[in-house]
Ligand binder design. Structure first.
Ligand code: NAP
Length: 285
């Protein structure tokens, strides 16, 4: 039976550390603050935004929300971002995705000051990750890396297969793993014979959004299995992995919920503290 990788417990530990760092910053008259922009009324986004506000509150990070109308123009959206870029009291800016279709999310992300880009989606931050330089790593891949580290999963030379190549999970995660000397394979919807590839992996990470896609016969004995997927079924939340069966064959596995999910928010809080430190240092110089 696999060891369960407890993301909830690790996230709690990280939030505790963030809280301590926020206290230290406050003693230096630095008050870390996150601004969250949401465009429209996407129900899932509303839940995510509420959770972020609550998490900030718990660790003492100040929080301001900008709820913009669904029919806002691109020009107005960019104006809001630019104003937040200028504000000295704001250290982190997060644009909740998705945004309504006619708006261009790439331009919006590029407009965020990269030093306040706590989601790590700005091309400068993505480029820096590729060059293995100091950067904001996007929160979900960062959370996965922290979990792998916490459980001492060897990555040097390990054969890691990622299912999914999105800009927010699959691609940055592949880069993070490459930076740790893993041998990385990325599968996507056009990949042929996915099971033949996953069967050779020491670590399988699924981020595709298909309930119970990864089955027991797709992994090798004692593989490490990380489930990033969140799928809402009538019966509740499930991941991309058939947890019940796969956990009998894997050596380590993350549950859904309670695995990668809580790590994402913890890493966001961590990034806000880093942004506050970085910006304040530069402002003083
Ligand atoms: P996304 O943008 O929809 O990307 C899904 C990826 O999966 C795409 O690259 C797609 O390939 C690939 N894919 C789809 N079907 C596949 C198949 N049969 N075999 C192999 N690859 C396949 O999704 P995302 O935003 O990355 O999110 C993925 C999942 O993670 C979702 O369930 C989401 O809710 C969850 N998520 C969780 C967290 C967290 O905090 N735990 C954070 C973010 C996302 P193509 O590129 O070819 O289309």
């Amino acid at each position: 039976m696999a060891i369960i990788m407890d993301g909830k417990a690790l996230a709690k530990k990280i939030r505790g550390r963030v809280k301590e760092e926020v206290e230290i910053l406050k003693q230096k008259n630095i008050f870390p603050k996150l601004a969250v922009i949401m465009v429209g009324e996407d129900p899932a986004s509303k839940v995510y935004v509420r959770n972020k506000s609550k998490a900030c509150n718990e660790v003492g990070i100040a929080y301001e929300e900008f709820l913009l109308k669904e029919n806002i123009s691109m020009e107005k959206l960019l104006q809001v971002i630019k104003e937040l870029n200028e504000r000295k009291d704001i250290h982190g800016i997060l644009l909740q995705s998705p945004i309504p279709k006619p708006l261009d999310i790439y331009t919006a992300f590029e407009t965020i000051d990269f030093r306040k880009d706590v989601d790590g989606f700005h091309p400068i931050n993505i480029g820096r990750l590729t060059l293995k330089r100091q950067t904001f790593i996007s929160c979900t891949p960062h959370g996965v890396m922290k979990l792998l580290k916490e459980y001492n999963i060897p990555l040097t030379g390990a054969n890691v297969v990622i299912l999914g190549r999105s800009n927010i999970v699959g691609k940055p995660l592949a880069q993070c793993l490459l930076n740790e000397d893993a041998t990385v394979t990325i599968c996507h919807s056009k990949t042929k014979n996915v099971a033949d590839i996953t069967k050779n992996a020491d670590v399988v990470i699924s981020a595709i959004g298909k309930p119970r896609f990864v089955t027991k016969d797709m992994i090798k004995e004692n593989a490490v299995v990380i489930d990033v997927g969140i799928n809402r079924l009538e019966t509740g939340l499930v991941g991309d992995v058939d947890f019940e069966e796969v956990s009998k064959k894997a050596s380590y596995i993350t549950p859904v919920p309670g695995g990668v999910g809580p790590m994402t928010i913890a890493m966001l809080l961590h990034n806000v503290v880093i942004a506050a430190k970085y910006l304040e240092e530069n402002i003083e110089k």
